[in-house]
Each structure stands twice: as structure tokens, then as C-alpha cells.
Design a protein around this ligand. Structure first.
Ligand SMILES: [Zn+2]
Length: 284
């Protein structure tokens, strides 16, 4: 990139940040950039296509670079989430998964390739993410999240993206995020449909407010099937929600969820609200 082009992008990013400071409400979650903080030439070039967005700019970029995000599950949803967050310049990315890569994963789990079969998914994912963006601190955790370890895993995290495929994990993560006040992006996909929901504990409805109990006899992915691009859409929406929550550049899908039917290409916002007696998020 030429010096003049780089200079132009930096000036543009600064101008957009200044204009946004004057007109936009304060970010929901992001810390303000510390005085004197700036982007390096390499960062300006790497992130140039998002820096020029009027909704983004240097302030959002710096907020993202200071954020720690935990991605639970390195599968069909976790792959696009982790790829987009690493590519966008998240500061620290934890990847939690206790499975190893299987041949039947490869049609939809884009972080894993044929030579990775048998390798722990957390390690396989971390290796690709470090290639994508060496500036991101990637921390693989080869374990399964449950009610006993969720709180410890959430320590120091600014946000969690739940990409697990298990309802017990989902409810344990929701409860831990509510207890710890950690924002959460939930997602799920099966066949050609899915849902996405963002949760700001204490402020918006949590997963249990929307779904008080897990469905009975919910089909498993292995039985009901899933198409790779459908998981890609849902995971991409989760990544976008995470970026919105961390920077405040746009409203998240909160107090309800987005229902995605990719067979009919219909997206529907379903509203819900906090339950006063929710065992996870009620303040009592
Ligand atoms: Zn709740």
C-alpha cells in the first residue's frame, strides 16, 4: 500500500471516529481508546476495508484489539465465528473444544482440513487462526464446558460466543455469563434453519428467559443433518453480533432472537423479554 493511500485511510479513520464521538451514543460494551493510542501502518493496511466503513473506524478497531473473547466449540459455528473475529483483529481469542477432528466434520467445519483428522479441534483451530492473524493471541482449551468449570473459563473474558451443540452446555454457559455479567452471543443450527441471540446480562433477556427449558427429544446433528452453508450463515451472524456488542457500532439482536430459515430464505425477529423469576438472570 502506498504512503499516500495509508495516510488517507488513517485520516479517514480519525475523521470518522471524531464525527461519531460527536453524534453517536456511547458504545454499549467497548472501552474508549486510551489517549495516544494509534494503529500501526500494518494494522491500517490489514484492516483498511473495515476502517473505511462509516460505522467502524479507528475507535472500533482499537476496542476490538483490546477485547478478549471465548468461543465455545470449534465446529460448524465456531469456525466462522473464530475466523471472522481473528481476521477482524480481536485482541485475544480463547477456543474451547474437547473433541478431535473427524472426517464427517469437514463438510462444514471450515477450520479443519483432511490432514487434521484425529487432531484435537482446539489445537487445529488455533493453528489456522494464528496463520490468519499472528497479532491475535489464540488460546486453545481442550475441555468440555460444564456448570463446574464455566465460571473459571469466563474470568477475564469480555464476551462469550456459544457455538456448542449441547443444551446442557448452552444452559451452563448462559447461567455463568449471567452470574459473571459477561455478554453472550448464542447460536444454533440444524438442517437449514437456526437462530442467533445476543444477551447483555442484567439488561436484556437471557437464553433461559427466551427458552426456559431445553426441548425434549431435540434431534442431534448426526441424526437430523446440517448443511455447511447454513451453519456458515448462523456462525457469521454470531461473529457480527460479537463485533457489534464489543464496539457498539450497531444494535445487537437483543430481547429476542433471530430465527433463520434458509430453506425459504426467511429471517424473522422473535421478541421476548426478561422474566422476573428467571433462575439465571433475575436479580432477586
Ligand atoms: Zn433470564
Amino acid at each position: 500500500m502506498s504512503g499516500s493511500r495509508r495516510s488517507f485511510l488513517r485520516d479517514l479513520a480519525s475523521a470518522v471516529a471524531s464525527a461519531k464521538e460527536a453524534t453517536a451514543p456511547p458504545p454499549v460494551q467497548a472501552a474508549q481508546p486510551p489517549p495516544g493510542a494509534d494503529l500501526s501502518d500494518a494494522e491500517v493496511e490489514r484492516y483498511s476495508r473495515q476502517l473505511v466503513l462509516p460505522e467502524w473506524g479507528a475507535a472500533a478497531q482499537l476496542a476490538l484489539s483490546e477485547a478478549s473473547v471465548l468461543v465455545i466449540g470449534a465446529g460448524a459455528l465456531g469456525a466462522p465465528v473464530a475466523l471472522y473475529l481473528a481476521g477482524a483483529g480481536i485482541g485475544r481469542l480463547g477456543i474451547v473444544d474437547d473433541d478431535a477432528v473427524e472426517l464427517s466434520n469437514l463438510h462444514r467445519q471450515l477450520l479443519h482440513f483432511t490432514p487434521d483428522v484425529g487432531v484435537p479441534k482446539a489445537e487445529s483451530a488455533a493453528a489456522k487462526l494464528r496463520f490468519l492473524n499472528p497479532d491475535v493471541v489464540v488460546e486453545p482449551y481442550q475441555l468440555r464446558v460444564d456448570a463446574d468449570n464455566a465460571a473459571a473459563l469466563l474470568e477475564g473474558q469480555d464476551l462469550v460466543v456459544d457455538c456448542s451443540d449441547s443444551f446442557p452446555t448452552r444452559y451452563a454457559v448462559n447461567a455463568a455469563c449471567c452470574a459473571g455479567g459477561v455478554p453472550l452471543v448464542e447460536g444454533g443450527v440444524l438442517g437449514m434453519s437456526g437462530l442467533v441471540m445476543s444477551i447483555r446480562p442484567g439488561r436484556t433477556a437471557c437464553y433461559r428467559c427466551a427458552f426456559p427449558s431445553p426441548p425434549e427429544d431435540a434431534p442431534r446433528c448426526a441424526d437430523a443433518g446440517v448443511l455447511g452453508p447454513a451453519a456458515g450463515v448462523v456462525g457469521s451472524l454470531q461473529a457480527l453480533e460479537a463485533m457489534k456488542l464489543l464496539t457498539g457500532v450497531a444494535p445487537a439482536i437483543a430481547d429476542g432472537f433471530l430465527s433463520v430459515d434458509l430453506a425459504t430464505a426467511e429471517f424473522m425477529r422473535v421478541r421476548t423479554s426478561r422474566h422476573e423469576d428467571c433462575p439465571d438472570c433475575a436479580t432477586g
